[in-house]
Design a protein around this ligand. Structure first.
Ligand code: GLN
Length: 491
């Protein structure tokens, strides 16, 4: 039987590489070939680094040939275009940074490079990571390989499409309010939003700094644990990085859940949740029960209803401050013809930013302005504390909480992009996790009419090992994650 080089997990590819049954060059060529076949339709990549990829693959093969190499040596991967790559354009999905070439690598990139993994390219995203569908990219939309008339989720849509369609074996995204988990769920992948501070944000273009985290998108939980192992850890370049050793996550990959206590918060199963999604997640929870977990189906998190509103105050407030650096002077786009510095700044921002970015700047400016600060920003901060405390208290009784990742299956392109409130509602299951700084893992849990549904496993700070254990056991008992999309419609 001919090996399908595009749909291997990292651990399968690693075994083949070590046994010399396949070379990194072959894996890389297969990935690039897939990009040539499907990407003009799917739109995962903003930049394809073909020459570099082939060179890195040859280098990886030499290293492997000498019996050297590590977990990710020679593995083709790709990263969201918000993560700085030295000498490689990093656009953030924006005209503002269309020609920006970073002079340094993000720490996560440096770590992947040190392992010798192979960069296929930089991935499409909502402009400055603002969005839930990847329709806010300044360049082009991305399509869901499971149904190209639907969105892949966002803002890390390209990151999900690339892995789901076999253009890379794993990818990195960023998650400020669900942007790794939502696309993972929509494209039948595993996605991790790690504990705030676990993975360095040095070289991640800042969006909302108290919420932003980088996270992997992979084909299974074992791969997710592997990539997290490599990219996590203290980094003196990021003042929010936690000075903690990273545990050996491979130890947590065991096939049962005896002794694990799970809570099911009812607020995540109410209004707005599609009935098919509810049925699938409930069946998945019963599966977890069958694996030995003790489940309390009647847990409550009453402040959940304020989370989305608080998020959409905190997020624009921080975004507005972070975006002040794009003034046409320091870097990025600069309006060519202006009479004075004020006009230059106005035109730079007027032309350089798309509509959602402008909306966030206005929302944030409003929420922070004198007279409104107390009513909005300060209040949202208080809600943040309440949400965090409420979750903390539950984690005395539970090892993890189980919810849907998204209230709906992937929606149609164009369905929500004209209605910001509808778009923001896609994040309703995701944002409490960012607000509280805690980790959450999304894993494939089933299909509704051929469209993937993701289950979210939420834990207390630094409980990634437990989340991996739960997700791994679930994947030993189910095969949803093994399904791959038919790409005939995508060429
Ligand atoms: N959809 C959310 C927003 O637009 C989340 C974005 C993200 O996680 N980067 O703010």
């Amino acid at each position: 039987m001919k090996l399908d080089l595009n749909n291997l997990t990292i651990h399968q590819a690693r075994d083949l590489l070590v046994r010399k049954e396949v070379s990194s060059l072959e894996l890389t060529q297969a990935a690039l070939e897939r990009v040539h076949q499907v990407d003009s339709r799917l739109g995962a990549f903003i930049t394809v680094t073909e020459g570099l990829a082939l060179e890195q693959a040859r280098r990886a093969d030499r290293r492997l040939g000498q019996g050297e190499g590590e977990a990710l040596t020679g593995i083709p991967m790709a990263v969201k275009d918000i993560i700085c790559t030295k000498g490689i354009r990093t656009t953030c999905g924006s005209r503002m940074l269309e020609n920006f070439v970073p002079p340094y690598d993000a720490t996560v990139m440096a770590k992947l490079n040190a392992q010798g993994s192979v960069l296929i390219g930089k991935l499409n995203m909502d402009e400055f990571a603002m969005g839930s569908s990847t329709e806010n990219s300044a360049f082009f939309i991305s399509r869901n390989p499971w149904d190209p008339s639907r969105v892949p989720g966002g803002s890390s849509g390209g990151s999900a499409v690339a892995v789901a369609s076999g253009e890379a074996l794993f990818s990195l995204g960023s998650d400020t309010g669900g942007s790794v988990r939502l696309p993972a769920a929509f494209c039948n992948l595993v996605g991790l939003k790690p504990t705030y501070g676990l993975i360095s944000r040095y070289g991640l273009v800042a969006f909302a700094s108290s919420l932003d985290q980088i996270g992997p998108l992979t084909r299974d939980v074992a791969d997710c644990a592997l990539v997290t192992q490599v990219i996590a850890g203290y980094d003196p370049h990021d003042s929010t990085s936690l000075p903690q050793p990273v545990p050996d996550y491979s130890q947590s990959l065991i096939p049962h859940l005896k002794g694990i206590r799970l809570g099911v918060p009812r607020e995540y199963f109410g209004q707005g949740l599609q009935p098919e999604v509810k049925t699938i997640i409930q069946a998945a929870i019963r599966e977890l029960e069958g694996l030995g977990a003790e489940v309390d189906w009647e847990v409550s998190l009453p402040h959940t209803k304020y989370a989305l509103a608080a998020y959409y105050i905190l997020n624009p407030s921080e975004a507005m401050a972070n975006l002040a650096r794009y003034d046409g002077v320091k870097y990025g786009f600069s309006a060519p013809e202006a009479a004075d510095i004020w006009q230059a700044m106005e035109q730079t921002r007027g032309l350089g930013f798309g509509p959602e970015v402008k909306r966030r700047i206005m929302l944030g400016t409003y929420a922070l302005s004198t007279g409104y600060y107390d009513a909005y920003y300060l209040k949202a901060q208080k809600v943040r504390t309440l949400i965090r405390r409420e979750l903390d208290a539950l984690f005395d009784r539970f090892d993890a909480l189980i919810t849907p990742t998204s209230p709906t299956v992937p929606f149609k392109l164009g369905e929500k992009v004209g209605d910001p409130l509808q778009m923001y509602l896609s994040d309703v299951c995701a944002v409490s996790v960012n607000i509280a700084g805690i980790p959450a893992l999304s894993v494939p849990a089933g299909f509704a009419d051929g469209l993937p549904v993701g289950m979210q496993i939420i834990g207390k700070p630094l409980s990634e090992a437990i989340l991996f254990r739960i997700g791994y056991a679930f994947q030993q008992a189910t095969d949803w994650h093994k399904r791959t999309p038919h790409l005939e419609d995508c060429q």
